[in-house]
Design a protein around this ligand. Structure first.
Ligand SMILES: [Zn+2]
Length: 62
């Protein structure tokens, strides 16, 4: 991904973009973690395109 990626530790909620304050939700992006079955589930701000990894992980159905 070309966008700037931020690792972000979520507290009680993650509703607003910490970079630009956009607060109407995030787009999603998925990336396989190299050498793993896990998928990194990232949130992308539709306004400023910042990418956030708040620790969400997923696995794909086989
Ligand atoms: Zn933003």
């Amino acid at each position: 991904m070309s966008q700037v990626q931020h690792n972000y530790e979520m507290e009680d909620a993650f509703r607003k973009c910490p970079v630009c304050d956009f607060d109407a939700g995030f787009n999603n992006a998925f990336e396989r973690i190299e050498g793993s079955e896990e998928i990194r589930w990232m949130l992308v701000c539709p306004e400023c395109q910042s990418v956030f990894d708040i620790g969400l992980r997923a696995t794909l159905k086989k």
